[in-house]
Design a protein around this ligand. Sequence first.
Ligand SMILES: [Zn+2]
Length: 60
Amino acid sequence: MNLKESFVDILCCPICGKDLVIDDEGNFLICRQCSVKFPIKDGIPILLAEEKIEMKENGT
Ligand SMILES: [Zn+2]
């Protein structure tokens, strides 16, 4: 779906300003710099620092 890709192109992290990547399912935008992700609700990315979800890659 092109829409997804086009808005990802112009979005950046509200915390660090780096580019975001969309996850495989299209439900989150991920900032690898901050190791956080932001939800996409009804097709609208919620790019608020308060909405961020920290990614726990070490499993603790
Ligand atoms: Zn960031």
